[in-house]
Design a protein around this ligand. Sequence first.
Ligand code: NAD
Ligand code: FES
Length: 272
Amino acid sequence: MSYAILSKEDLAERVHSVRVRAEGIARRARAGQFVILRLDERGERFPLTLCDWDSREGWIRLVFQVVGRSTAKLSRMEAGEEILDLVGPLGRPTEIDRFGHVVCVGGGVGIAAIYPICREMRRAGNRVTGIIGARTAGLLILEEEMTEVTDRLLVTTDDGSKGLSGRVTWALEQVLKEEGADLVMAIGPAVMMKFASAVTREFGVPTKVSLNSIMLDGTGMCGTCRCEVDGKTRFACVDGPEFDGHLVDWNLLLARLDQYLEEEEIARNMPL
Ligand code: NAD
Ligand code: FES
């Protein structure tokens, strides 16, 4: 079975969105889950968090940033072309419940992953405050969609070119000072999730993060995605990807994310 790209959209520089026909995945998908793709026979396997899906129409939406060889290849594919393998939905879904005031923080491409979580948290009766941020206005994605699934949306840019000037963690601190929260969900670069968790720790607010570990099989067999949470080894693909941000060993995760930089650079420079 292969998976046809139904449409493709450029959201920002090096950030793209594809809608892919995947009936089985769309039927079972829940917020917080991800898929693993392999584009062709010679392709590597790489994970992408589900941004959206339609179980009746049988498609899923994936938003990705061009960072390496495979995402560069995917960015060059057009509607009508097919992805060879698509496995999912993988990972434990987000725990959706009636918590009260939920603050959902999305940094950069992480906004795509926080979007379905906001939607489901709101459907469950929570008051949802969204905080989304990018380095600059041109890199901000899904603002319209996020407005629809939040009660209040704060936008930040590091350079002040749109919304509040500063990082999402600064806006998070203001929200917690002003009105508190019952739960914070944060998705984005690991360093952002690390600092978001440091902010919420000060306020004593429970915090979930989605770990973007390097993954291979996605089924708990290879150990590539291992991380340390509460002093114990965990596999992000089957035990996560969401974990308590206050218990994650961030320095270990950050070091592991940088592990293959040299190899990635070599692969990036090879002809596609
Ligand atoms: P980026 O580096 O442009 O940062 C986006 C925003 O995050 C910034 O505007 C800022 O508000 C915040 N941020 C960044 N560094 C920070 C710091 N040190 N302290 C506080 N806030 C900080 O992000 P990008 O280039 O879009 O990178 C996307 C990252 O998100 C990738 O690393 C990707 O792996 C990750 N991601 C994770 C998931 C997931 O499910 N965990 C999903 C999608 C993307
Ligand atoms: Fe292999 Fe998680 S990706 S164990």
